[in-house]
Design a protein around this ligand. Structure first.
Ligand code: CP
Ligand code: NVA
Length: 298
């Protein structure tokens, strides 16, 4: 059966742990030897492009970076035509898309693994790096409180899923209207031995947290809403005083790109509690682990 990685929930709890182990192995085989990998980007990227290109190289493959407009999903050609053609050239296809539906349709007709490199719904490659970094800093995440302050979005959804699957207790601090629906909280709570709950004040969200995460208030594609969002999210920035309300020595995490003075104060992201550079570097290891996994390495 062809394995795809569109969401963290495409993995069982045991498989998620295996991928995190593979990510840290230095003796992986080269399952992409002599194969190409299409990396299709409808949106810009620094971390995802570079970490995926290098992960492909480290697994023996050849990355082919492709801009979204060059394939024109459903504009130049149907998603299914692009996918079926490319699956004949490559050992794996990966895409960063505006609409999650596109990677779902790719996976439905692809004969090789499809990997989601960020959609409007989820960012599972990021969540792998997030939990890998937290494990390296704090140890086994089971029983830890992980706070996410800010916008309920692709990054926070994948992060919450991974944390609950690994037994962590997630507390979301999102403003009303930019928060998770009750049905989603229920769905995520059912994924593993951890838990998830939501509050509407940042200071309440971080109480007792060993890790504090945030993300931009304005995701790619939402630029027209920026002024409105900056107003709505007032009070949801991660400042030094907010970090002081978390557990002593709590770590700060951000998927980046980060906007200092908005979702995070410069003193926090550039300060001693910040793990953002290790988190960004772990994108490479996480990508290598999951690419090896979908290519059949166990
Ligand atoms: N965190 C992340 O996905 O960054 P890029 O947009 O630079 O890939
Ligand atoms: N939520 C952000 C993440 C960027 C890596 C976005 O979708 O733009």
């Amino acid at each position: 059966m062809t394995r795809h990685f569109l969401d963290i929930t495409d993995l069982s709890g045991d498989e998620l742990r295996l991928v995190l182990d593979l990510a840290q192995r230095s003796d992986l085989p080269r399952p992409l030897e002599g194969r190409g990998v299409a990396l299709i980007f409808e949106k810009p990227s620094n971390r995802t492009r570079h970490s995926m290109e290098m992960a492909v190289v480290q697994l023996g493959g050849h990355p082919v970076y492709t801009r979204g407009e060059e394939v024109g999903f459903d504009v130049c050609e149907p998603v299914e035509d692009v996918t079926r053609v490319m699956a004949g050239y490559h050992g794996l296809l990966a895409a960063r898309v505006f609409r999650h539906e596109i990677v779902v349709r790719m996976a439905a007709c692809s004969t090789v693994p499809v990997v989601n490199m960020l959609s409007d719904w989820s960012h599972p490659l990021q969540a792998l790096a997030d939990v890998l970094t937290m494990q390296q800093v704090h140890g086994d995440l089971a029983g830890h409180t992980v706070a996410y302050v800010g916008d309920w979005n692709n990054v926070s959804r994948s992060l919450a899923e991974a944390c609950v699957m690994l037994g962590a207790h997630v507390v979301l601090g999102c403003p009303p209207g930019y928060d998770a629906a009750d049905a989603e909280l229920e769905r995520i709570a059912g994924l593993g031995s951890g838990s998830v709950r939501q509050v509407h004040r940042a200071v309440e969200a971080v109480a007792g947290a060993t890790a504090v995460h945030t993300d931009t208030w304005t995701s790619m594609g939402q630029e027209a809403e920026k002024a409105e969002r900056v107003k709505v999210f007032e009070g949801f920035g991660v400042t030094e005083s907010l970090m002081a309300a978390a557990a002593p020595g709590a770590g700060f995490y951000h998927c980046m790109p980060a906007y200092r003075g908005y979702e995070v104060a410069a003193a926090v992201i550039d300060g001693p509690q910040s793990h953002v550079i290790a988190q960004a570097h772990n994108r490479l290891h996480a990508a290598r682990g999951v690419l090896a996994f979908v290519m059949g390495v166990r």
